[in-house]
Design a binder for this molecule. Structure first.
Ligand code: GLC
Length: 640
């Protein structure tokens, strides 16, 4: 049973597709206590409650015990002391052993603080900056039906085309068509499947969006024809910020039409991103979305059918205004070199590092919403939704016959209808595999199904065992992309020693694609989870309530990846008897019947575990080196 409550004058976020009537406040569930000013809600937590939700955030699958802030943030440190990541997914689901099952969606695009049993272990406190929001409560018999009802409210999810389930090779630093040719040649040489290659920011002319470095990309159409002949999709990176440069036609046109966010004086707000000083399109205006969405057209006409939208929190390296203030402060540093105290030095360092993504900057520019001026921080989490929507609608206008791939870095609920996401700049840490396991079901319940992480890790240098284990997890996620940062160790799979293992993993992934794609589409259309926590699937088995390192994938299988360094085995809990497939390759695997209960299972570095559930069927196709070359026939079936 879903109910809507509305307070103050909420901004229309378009997160929902069903417009529910507003219930009166006295119909609010007894579990939620609202403060008199409506800016704060408290909910008591029982000792065994699990609190799921908040999509992309740090910590466990069960969010209890920590504080989170829904405020889209460009932060590559996905550490335990962080409150916010790139996406804000403001839905939680409380599951009590006593029978209380309560979903809460706070539809509010500014910052929300969720203290989930942190200050007081038995209390959840949700605090907002203003009392202008819609609150939705969903009560029901079980978690999965609550999620389904919530997902009906927010509408069906975007799903990438089938080819987007193929392997994606990416790294920041590829500069030209020759880099792509080299990757393709090496994948051929070592017989490694691949479907897509990402073009990171270096393809642009001086980081100007929708331009090309003509020296490295003299003829995009010819290159795309060549790539098409190889069955390879090229995916450009697109940033929202538009470089301020006289003569740059996109900048000049947007300026003339008044399409950029404004500062308090009504001038274009200027901040630095990759291209240096840039302006920010006001994606909250339909005419700006239409304009921006059509900017993809030339690339689409050249044959591109997938993009990744980046930096759209929006990330601000610094604002011109703030930099001037800091520069002024720094002048005094020179005079103070001989008698500077440590505290003063730290203050200076903090001033410099505080230049990026500074909260004051987000309060210093404005959007126009329905003709009214709205300060950015009040609608911050909607910025990326506007960009994703602009792209998706542009694709529909300019390439209506083709399915396009789109994934974004920042997001808010509502954006799930227009594109998928990746989980941003993670690190080459084993713990970031655990983090992904925790994020997957929480993202799914908030509507994001086409998702994936930077496999192998973006920042820091990866190792061969870490990459191998990461692939063995990411091979189950819709977006399966190997991506890393500039200057980090080369991590294309053919750079490693045991290429046979890399090939076997990719082949397994390709053979699982029909199953994974069908599961993903089913989840996207029918409000189901693609990745389900065991406790939701086996609610009567209390032992599943604390299992966060195993997940169901689709209806038929359970995964239990190895995420610990140097481990060659792990404990697995089976809530029911299952058939364990321990794959070394598509054709070489152990097939073992396991009883319900605890098991220690050997999993060597070249092995992948798949558990088939009772009464279900899992199937594998014959792999190929491109999804386009796979025939959806010749399946191998595993039933239990
Ligand atoms: C951001 C993105 C990353 C990309 C880099 C350069 O950090 O998150 O994926 O490689 O920008 O474009």
């Amino acid at each position: 049973m879903i109910k809507r409550f509305s307070f103050g004058n909420p901004i229309e976020t378009e997160a929902t597709v069903v417009k529910l009537p507003v219930s009166s406040e006295n119909e609010l569930t007894k579990y939620i206590k609202l403060s008199a000013d409506k800016k704060c809600m408290t909910i008591s937590l029982e000792p065994d409650d699990i609190v799921y939700g908040l999509g992309e955030s740090v910590h466990g699958m069960n969010k209890r015990g920590f504080t989170y802030i829904s405020n889209n943030t460009d932060d590559m440190h996905h550490d335990e002391d962080r409150y916010s990541l790139y996406g804000s997914h403001t839905f939680v689901l409380i599951d009590s052993l006593s029978g209380r099952k309560l979903g809460i969606f706070v539809d509010y695009p500014a910052s929300i603080t969720w203290d989930i049993g942190f200050t007081d272990k038995d209390l959840m406190t949700v605090s907002l900056e203003d009392a202008d929001y819609n609150l939705y409560t969903v009560e029901g018999e079980d978690d999965l039906s609550i999620i389904k009802e919530f997902r009906e409210l927010i509408g069906p999810s975007y799903m990438g085309p089938k080819w987007s389930f193929g392997y994606v090779q990416s790294r920041w630093g590829y500069k030209s068509g020759d880099d792509f040719r080299e990757i393709i040649a090496n994948h051929k040489k070592y017989d490694l499947p691949i479907d897509s290659i990402c073009m990171d920011i270096d393809y642009m002319d001086d980081y100007k969006v929708f331009t090309l470095n003509k020296e490295n990309f003299p003829d995009l159409k010819a290159l795309m024809d060549e790539m098409k002949a190889e069955n390879i999709h090229i995916l450009p990176n697109v940033d929202p910020g538009i470089k301020c440069e006289d003569g740059f036609s996109i900048y000049e046109e947007g300026k003339k039409k008044g399409y950029f966010c404004k500062d308090e004086n009504g001038e274009d707000f200027v901040a630095a991103v990759w291209g240096g000083l840039t302006v920010m399109p006001d994606f909250l205006r339909p005419e700006v979305r239409e304009w921006y969405g059509d900017l993809y057209k030339e690339f689409i006409e050249a044959g591109i059918d997938g993009f990744w939208n980046d930096m759209n929190e929006p990330a601000l390296f610094y604002s011109r205004k703030h930099l001037k203030e800091v520069a002024h402060d720094l002048k005094t540093l020179e005079e103070r070199v001989d008698d500077l105290t440590l505290n003063e030095l730290w203050d200076f360092t903090a001033t410099i590092s505080g230049l990026s993504n500074n909260p004051e900057d987000y309060k210093s520019f404005y959007h126009t919403v329905d003709g009214k001026k709205v300060r950015h921080d009040k609608v911050h989490n909607l910025y990326s939704v506007g960009m994703t929507r602009a792209s998706a609608e542009g694709f529909r206008r300019n390439n209506p016959d083709n399915e396009m791939l789109l994934f974004s870095r920042a997001s808010y609920i509502g954006g799930h209808r227009y594109g998928g996401i990746w989980t941003g700049d993670n690190c080459s840490y084993y713990s970031h595999m655990d983090l992904l396991m925790h994020q997957l079901p929480n993202l799914n319940m908030c509507g994001f199904i086409y998702v994936g992480a930077d496999t192998g890790g973006f920042s820091f240098h990866t190792s061969e065992p870490l990459m191998t284990r990461f692939l063995q997890l990411s091979m189950f996620t819709p977006l399966f992309r190997n991506h890393c940062a500039l200057g980090k160790r080369d991590q294309e799979l053919y750079r490693f020693k045991d290429i046979d293992t890399m090939r076997n993993i990719l082949n397994l992934r390709y053979s699982f694609i029909p199953y994974l794609y069908e599961s993903a589409c089913d989840s996207a259309e029918n409000g189901k989870l693609m990745f389900t926590p065991l406790a939701m699937a086996y609610p009567d088995d209390v032992r599943t309530r604390s299992i966060e390192d195993q997940l169901l994938v689709g209806d038929s299988i359970m995964i239990a990846p190895v995420t610990a360094p140097n481990a060659v085995g792990r404990y697995v809990y089976l809530p029911e008897a299952m058939r364990m497939l321990r794959f070394r390759s598509v054709d070489d695997f152990d097939d073992i019947e396991l009883e319900a209960g605890n098991h220690y299972v050997d999993v060597a570095l070249n092995e992948v575990l798949v558990f088939v559930r009772g009464g279900h069927q899992f199937y594998m196709a014959k792999p190929a080196n491109r999804t386009a070359l796979m025939e959806d026939a010749d399946f191998k079936y595993f039933e239990r």
